[in-house]
Design a protein. Sequence first.
Length: 226
Amino acid sequence: MEVTMEEPLSRFQRARVALERFAPVVWLRSTSEINHTTGLVQAPTLGWRFSEPHPELKGMFASVVRDAPRNIAWFFDEKRNSLIVPARLINESGPDGAGLNDLAAAISQHDQEFCVAASEDIELIIQAIAAQPAPPTAARLYVTQLAKSSAEELQCVAESLTGEAQVGMVFRAVGAPGIEVLLTALRWYPPRPETRRRGPLAKVTLVGSGAGRIGLKELLVSVPGR
């Protein structure tokens, strides 16, 4: 009987498997381990975007990027996309990151010692991400209508995206850093399939300092452990 060996997963595939333990990944870019034209080890970079913002994961990724590597310094940033790259690429490419890809290619050509060290590190980072416990699913409310607001209170109509919102939960506004509000009242509207919304609508009251700064189309994410 012929025995077939399965092909090992590529770094791209291993990164996707690790990241999708936390949320659906809609975009992923990972530099191949080897340049198949030159045979050289490439300076590794890893970028991705989840289907929805997940600010509750930012601290975990920052901690992994700080603690998992053993050879060089690394950089993590989270904007529209998340990015993990050797800190050298950020330092030498300038504050706006222009030319980062060209710089990575040049380093791959001229500094294989660095690339091998970085390649070992990115494997440790991916392994550490894969080993992190997946947090409980956060509740997400997307503000579709504003009823009234003051500095300390917001009443709005929100669409439920994921998770289960409950009175007593603390939510963080993704687009308004530093604002945390307490959900004090929640009334679900009867479902209306003809609207084709992704989730049911609810009338919500949120109380907390800065609640009035939360605006239309704001995404509110529950804060774990509160």
